[in-house]
Design a protein around this ligand. Structure first.
Ligand code: ZN
Length: 385
């Protein structure tokens, strides 16, 4: 009986003595005396205080959407896929980036658009602000309750939808669908699959947007300081491109090779990005050869550089990840030359520590240090002509 009583007391008091609630600020434009606006505000407040970082069906989110995404191992809120990175949890994130609601606007009878700005409140970071402006929908369900929704489905409902072989293209109104480019993309995928002995390419979706802002909106970002121009999300079988063209070989490689990766938790970014860069260049507008040649010129006189300097970002480019991607690509190309495709697949499935141990053996070197020397020597002497 006593134990039960303690349990009850815990249930009643724990939430009160636990962490304090995060109260989102509002701008003068948000009129919470209006009933629906107040309800949307309450829904958002409930959401950010209900473990938005956790992989579960958040009670403040659209049920169908959260069910499907969580089933696929993804958080129900697409912006969370990138926002909380580098933080232990959402509470730590909101401590630094306090949410401020810019506007709650009705866009349809039961649909509201909620825009929230996130500024880094740490002293000295002011010049980076804002870091994000997110946009979410709050939609009233049949029980009269507001639930949050990602913008992707509603915003792409009128986009041109084309199916060709194993790709379903969603083409934004500002992008042009070029059949020839689509054919080239399909051919590239088939060639990549053949190279890696993959028998059948599983279908996937390809969102073609015209710039990174338009692409960001599909991830609920109206503005993202650290933006992206290509994203592949294997669990939902989606590729996003900001280049407005019907082909994106680098991202295709990530998708095509996904069945070869046995455990994504264990894999390493160096070889994952390396293999895509080796097959298709670091991004859509740069080939492997030309990127490697520039990198070769860049480091020709630097004889102290190590792979670890690049892995730890001690050496990096300001606006791209080319050094990391190209080191990975060179490793893949050398392993392929020495051992063949099976060993490239093998290193794709290693953790970084395992790679440090295995790579010298695969490359017939005595140590990781010797692997370093061989790779940098190859890059410094690289000339595509
Ligand atoms: Zn990539």
């Amino acid at each position: 009986m006593i134990r039960q009583l303690i349990y009850l007391i815990n249930i009643i008091f724990l939430p009160l003595i636990g962490q304090s609630q995060i109260i989102p600020e509002i701008t003068a434009r948000v009129d919470t005396t209006e009933t629906s606006v107040k309800e949307v505000y309450t829904c958002f407040k409930g959401y950010i205080n209900s473990k938005p970082d956790s992989l579960y069906e958040n009670p403040f989110w659209n049920k169908n959407e959260s069910y499907t995404l969580v089933e696929n191992g993804m958080n129900c809120n697409r912006s969370v896929w990138t926002m909380f990175r580098g933080f232990n949890n959402s509470t730590d994130f909101y401590d630094v980036y306090h949410p401020k609601i810019l506007s709650i606007e009705r866009i349809e009878i039961n649909r509201f658009l909620l825009r929230v700005i996130y500024n880094n409140c740490t002293e000295g970071y002011e010049k980076h602000n804002p870091v994000y402006i997110t946009r979410l929908y709050a939609v009233k369900n049949k029980d009269g309750e507001f639930k949050l929704e990602n913008t992707l489905e509603y915003d792409t409902r009128n986009w041109r939808k084309i199916r060709y072989k194993f790709i379903t293209y969603f083409v934004s109104p500002t992008s042009h669908f070029d059949k020839q480019k689509a054919r080239e993309g399909i051919k590239f995928c088939q060639k990549a699959a053949k190279k890696f002995n993959i028998k059948k390419i599983q279908p996937f979706i390809f969102y073609i947007t015209n710039d990174s802002e338009e692409m960001g909106r599909l991830f609920n970002f109206e503005y993202w300081l650290s933006y992206s121009t290509g994203i592949t999300n294997v669990p939902t079988r989606e590729i996003f491109s900001a280049f407005g063209v019907a082909s994106y070989p680098h991202e295709f490689v990530h998708m095509i090779l996904s069945p070869l990766i046995t455990n994504y938790e264990n894999t390493n970014m160096l070889i994952n990005e390396g293999v895509a860069t080796w097959c298709a260049g670091p991004t859509l507008d740069e080939t492997y050869d030309s990127a490697l040649e520039s990198f070769s010129n860049e480091i020709r006189d630097n004889d102290t550089l190590t792979i670890d300097d690049i892995l730890t970002s001690k050496y990096r480019n300001k606006y791209d990840n080319n050094p990391l991607y190209l080191i990975g690509a060179v490793i893949c190309s050398m392993v392929y030359e020495k051992k063949g495709i099976e060993d490239v697949i093998k290193i794709l499935n290693l953790t970084l520590n395992e790679l440090r141990r295995e790579l010298p053996i695969i490359m017939q070197k005595e140590s990781w240090k010797q692997v370093n020397s061989e790779i940098f020597e190859y890059i410094r002497n690289y000339n595509s002509h």
